[in-house]
Write a protein that binds this ligand. Structure first.
Ligand code: MTE
Ligand code: HPA
Ligand code: MOS
Length: 760
């Protein structure tokens, strides 16, 4: 089959709707008659016994129709999918400021919001743990600490010619999707509930709503046409919003919508885990790492949520692109009285990679070398030094080639020399440059999640409706999968419409996460379309008396030996001859296997690679900093859609730079999040883009594994290209001496570092 749509830089299928305001997000759906709006009453204590909750004032408030508390939950009061430790509404105990206590249902959003402030809640405060370090001291964990050891780290450390150690803190990050959490639940006949949810995981919302409302999965339908961004934030925690809407709809018998405003969304729902990283490294004169001891303490918040797999991924990625022969990683999953941390693009990978890059950078400065040289010393080999600390053999290593190409295209060496000269002459403004690699493992680390389903219908006019378990969050999944289906059937992509993710069309779908959306749904949809193509082919062979090998589909036509028949005409004929034109497809990722008890095996089908060079300038009097130029080379294999993939690379990088430079989460001593709006939490804007931004996809580098059209996953890996910005800032302010710069490198963090650094 000749690919026609695949590989083309087609625009996002909803681009024309996005830019004209016609793309329907959950809040834009027509509101049903009798709709009630919900607002959440939130805990104002970080850790306390709930003594009493008087909601009479709420109920008496204007427009209020009802309230919902833990007592109104007919089924399970839980939305934790792995560990059942996530109450929908607090029951007797509150564990973070912002935790939902109750919902008020009213005839308008304003009425509901006003009403919740009428609640009288009595607390008996308990001791609260606000930060991961205290949690480690008090052994407060959501899950047991895990250790991964390879080789003999203690022996290697003791015998190493040089040794360094230290502690660095790495901040969390709010997903800051433009569309906040939202769900609308509509009671259906005979006990059914329909939930429109902004979720990466409709299947999980379905099962959790079923459990909470004491129903069965068959009674619940969850639909999501698109999200206005998710970034991991809607992987597990959308279930909370969907459930509250469903519970209120169940209780009142009326449709209910819950839409969090920005502040409530930031206060009530989870973010990227911040980490405290302790390290002890031994290395030789060339900077080659001989032994390494890592201890990670991450803020998991008040419950386990996805913290198990997030921290596992941090452990898997603390090698980044480097061979660690003797290493120990101890990972603490700290229980704090703050909102439960959750998935965020990279899913722990960025934190692990930051740790090793920090160590490499330290080594370079201790040895007075260019960090580039130390990075190269430590890269995985292609045929030797190619086994990860979790025993996966790396078969697709291309980091050296990527570096070679990017070093030349970015003129790294020339610019570094020039920057050194500039800095020697400039007292206040200092420039810095850094190159960092990305190697990111593709697959859910939980093997069972690596499966996907699709449903393809061909209608009598030859057009197609495509459905799969994947959700669209702006990443361009729908267009990529549609391209695959169009090519499988040899039709123009305009004849393919992708319908909303819907649990009644494709059941049991995994979250659209781990960057695996197009890999898995692309394959599943291809298989579904191939089934229909085969049926039509078999029919046409019989009908026209030719062999199947003489039949091909392209350009909206079927080539049948020497005949050309329009695809719609052939489809009509097949239908009239009673050929089934609808099929499901199913895919499971091959080759992966992994034993979580020993942290060994092959958790990842393959790796995605990239590299970035960032140049920054820092004002050493104010700490103010900006990116001047960024050069990126990223590996998407044979890209399904280079336009969409380029957008993912650019967006991922910018989001990574935001995480490490401007986005700062700050909790006060009581555990209240102080940064819960754009006024205090600064995400990158257009004006923060590098004025000189050069992004390329690596060419002629097909995935060596048989992924869909040999493409590679692209959703998360580019975020970690942003690491180069942090190390460029460190380069600018450190000169050639080491210094302790904590992340994010806000002006404040930079000034503190400069204050503590030895003066020239
Ligand atoms: N891109 C946009 N525009 N919006 C998003 O919410 N989420 C990211 C990434 N890119 C996201 C995005 C995350 S966290 C993941 S896991 C992947 O997209 C998920 O989609 P995919 O598997 O189809 O790449
Ligand atoms: N990545 C993203 N989401 C996940 C994963 C993962 O590895 N495991 C469970 N949810
Ligand atoms: Mo992405 S953090 O795997 O949703």
């Amino acid at each position: 089959m000749v690919a026609r749509a695949v590989g083309k830089p087609l625009p996002h299928d909803s681009a024309h709707l996005h830019v004209s305001g016609r793309a329907a997000y959950t809040d834009d759906l027509p509101e049903p008659r009798d709709l009630l709006h919900l607002a959440i009453g939130m805990s104002t204590a970080a850790h306390a016994k709930l003594l009493d909750m008087d909601l009479s004032g709420v109920l008496a408030a204007e427009g209020v129709v009802g309230v919902c508390t833990a007592d109104d939950i007919p089924g399970e009061n839980n939305y934790g999918s792995i560990v059942k430790d996530d109450p929908l509404f607090a029951d007797g105990l509150v564990q973070y400021i912002g935790q939902p206590l109750f919902a008020a249902a009213a005839t308008s959003v304003d009425a509901a919001r006003k009403a919740v402030s009428e609640a009288c809640v009595g607390y008996e405060e308990l001791e609260a743990i606000i930060d991961p370090i205290t949690a480690v001291e008090k052994e407060s964990f959501v899950l047991p600490s895990e250790t991964l050891v390879r080789g003999d780290p203690d022996g290697a450390l003791a015998g190493a010619p040089h040794r360094l150690g230290g502690r660095v803190s790495l901040g969390g990050q709010d997903q800051f999707y433009l569309e906040g959490h939202i769900a609308m639940a509509i009671p259906q006949e005979d006990g059914g509930i329909l939930v429109y949810s902004s979720t990466q995981h409709p299947d999980e919302v379905q099962s959790i709503v079923a459990h909470a409302t004491r129903r069965e999965a068959k009674d619940i339908v969850v639909i999501c046409r698109r999200m206005g961004g998710a970034f991991g934030g809607k992987e597990s925690q959308a279930a909370l919003i969907g459930c509250i809407a469903a519970l209120a709809a169940d209780k009142t018998g009326r449709p209910c919508k819950l839409r969090l405003d920005r502040d409530d969304d930031m206060i009530m729902t989870g973010k990227r885990h911040d980490f405290v990283i302790d390290y002890d490294v031994g290395f030789d004169d060339d900077g080659r790492i001989l032994g390494l001891d890592f201890e990670f303490a991450s803020r998991c918040g008040m419950s386990a949520d996805l913290s198990g797999p997030v921290n596992d991924r941090a452990m898997f990625h603390c090698d980044n692109a480097y061979f660690l022969e003797n290493v120990r990683i101890l990972s603490h999953r700290c229980k704090t009285n703050t909102v439960s941390s959750t998935a965020f693009r990279g899913f722990g990978g960025p934190q692990g990679m930051f740790a090793i890059e920090y160590v490499i950078d330290d080594i370079a400065r201790a040895l007075d070398k260019d960090p580039l040289a130390v990075r190269r010393q430590n890269f995985y080999g292609e045929d030797e030094r190619n086994v990860t600390h979790y025993q996966q053999v790396i078969e697709d290593n291309i980091v050296d080639e990527l570096f070679d190409q990017l070093l030349v295209s970015s003129d790294y060496e020339g610019r570094r020399a020039e920057i050194r000269e500039f800095n020697a002459a400039s007292k206040v403004l200092k420039r810095g440059i850094a190159i960092t690699p990305v190697k990111f493992g593709i697959s859910f680390t939980s093997t069972l999640l690596n499966q996907a389903g699709a449903l393809v219908h061909v209608y009598k006019d030859g057009t197609v409706q495509l459905n799969h378990g994947g959700t669209e969050m702006g990443q361009g999944l729908y267009i990529k999968v549609a391209q695959v289906v169009a090519d499988e059937l040899g039709i123009n992509i305009e004849h393919v419409r992708t319908t909303a993710a819907d649990t009644s069309k494709v059941p049991n779908a995994s979250a659209t996460a781990a960057s695996s959306g197009s890999d898995m749904n692309g394959k599943a949809a291809q298989k579904a379309a191939a089934k229909i193509r085969k049926r039509i082919t078999a029919f046409a062979a019989r009908h026209y008396g030719v062999s199947e090998a003489e039949i091909d589909f392209r350009d909206d036509t079927a080539l049948i030996a020497d005949r050309i028949v329009d695809f719609p005409e052939l489809v009509q004929l097949a239908w009239a001859n009673r050929v089934s034109l609808s099929a499901t497809g199913y895919y499971r990722t091959p080759k992966i296997n992994y034993d979580r008890t020993t942290f060994s095996g092959r958790p990842f089908y393959y790796f995605a690679y990239g590299a970035a060079v960032t140049e920054v300038i820092v004002d050493t009097l104010t700490g103010e900093n900006r990116v001047l130029r960024a050069d990126i080379l990223h590996d998407c294999g044979d890209s399904l859609n280079p336009a969409v993939d380029l957008g993912q690379v650019e967006g991922g990088y910018v989001q990574g730079v935001g995480w490490l430079t401007t986005e700062e989460l700050w909790w006060d001593d009581r555990g209240a999040l102080g940064t819960h709006a754009p006024s205090t939490y600064k995400i990158p804007t257009c004006s923060d883009l590098a004025p000189d931004f050069r992004v390329e996809l690596l060419q002629n580098m097909a995935n060596r594994e048989k992924t869909i059209y040999r493409s590679k996953a692209v959703g998360e890996p580019p975020l970690m290209l942003g690491l180069s910005a942090f190390f460029a800032i460190r380069d600018a302010i450190a000169g050639d001496s080491a210094s302790r710069l904590h992340a994010p490198a806000t002006p404040e963090s930079i000034l503190l570092t400069l204050r503590d650094a030895p003066h020239e």
